[in-house]
Design a protein around this ligand. Sequence first.
Ligand code: BG6
Length: 479
Amino acid sequence: MNFTADRLLLFGATGDLAQRMLLPSLCALDADDLLHDDLRIVGTARSGLDDHEFRNFAREALEKYLPANRRGGMADFLNRLSYQPLDATTLEGYDDLAAKVGTPGQGLAIFLSTAPSLFGPTIAGLQHAGLDGATTRMCLEKPLGTDLATSRQINDAVAGAFPEDRIFRIDHYLGKETVQNLLALRFANLMFEPIWNAAHIDHVQITVAETVGLEGRVGFYDDAGALRDMVQNHMLQLLALVAMEPPGSFDATAVRDEKVKVLRALRRVGTGETVTGQYRAGAIAGKAVPGYDDELGRESGTETFVAIKAHVDNWRWKGVPFYLRTGKRLPHRVTEIVVQFRSVPHSIFASKGATMQPNRLVIGIQPEENITLSLMTKVPGLDREGIRLRQVPLNIAMLDAFVGQHRRIAYERLLLDLIEGDQTLFVRRDEVEAQWHWIDAIRASWGEEGLTPKPYTAGSWGPSAAIALAERDGVSWHE
Ligand code: BG6
């Protein structure tokens, strides 16, 4: 049923995500008049705050995480907020929570940003208090399980109370502007799609490099590792968007139908097709940083870096490797997709001494949002000593192309879509399960092979074996 929610219930309202992303995103939407006047936001968490204290908490978060020029109307936004303390593990407090939420005029959107162990009890509590009606949407934040089995348990628990068309699973990468732009690039232009296949593409690289380390997330990260924290969700979603067939339309069913086909076509990763690493003390941007085990306070076998050579087994991508890599404490923060085209079939300039490089498309997602197509051009001159060709970039910097347009936090888009009920940028159950299926097989192979993370110095591009993984195929990582 289509409705715009006029109540938003935030579980985990005093948590890190709420402070850094959710409250700032909602306030920014409000400042741009994108929230309906009637929308009321109820926060809940264990802390015993009252409405006033929660508003103060929210104000501090906004002052810290939202740029001053996007805080217009903050007082009005804070007035939308109220708070109800809750121990989510027992049924007792849910009636009071329901009373605080009141009866929505249109509908209720619930955002669960809590530990997955609380999902089951929370759903039971919501059902108990009648907060699971036909005009309630449920939004889930990662991690949704630690493997296929646990993700199914979570999905089953949620499906017991909400049908799939009211479940919104967040992958915040889908809320990023340039990620959506990838679809515009592919499907709103004529020139790429005819050559977007194994006949013309040599390989694809997807890099998500971070400079941050553990960031105090000791308990969570050490149990997850880079494969489950970044590849299972964000990187596989990027891969799916690069590799999918053109959907019939930009709607939730069509887009997700195409993504899931790609995820299901991922070949089981073979021996020697993954490299894992863990950072040791080093320096980033000239500043000394400790090693992972120092940050953690003990030794650990968790990978903070992973590189994978993946394959999509279908007609379009036959024989085209997708090199994926992600890691913490790498030299700089960059998320990018590199599409390396093949060489022209015959060089008419070879007899004139010219050398050529194949075309390459680089889609920069962050921090720079840009699209760069490298083309071969002739170096100006009279060519008496032969023709010289050089690669030059055709470069679109999105910031320059759209001066004056807000660069929005990914959660702004996703929260608005949740409130309005558009699932296109949310992950469907079959996608999540296909992702876990592939990831579980990788983890099983690591166990069988006794693979342990190789050390790398913080500030480097990961273990040298990751470079070798690509170079064996004559490929260099784009840096
Ligand atoms: C999260 C991971 O999902 O994504 C973090 O849990 C990671 O470990 C973060 O740092 C990266 O997000 P972004 O938007 O900063 O690239």
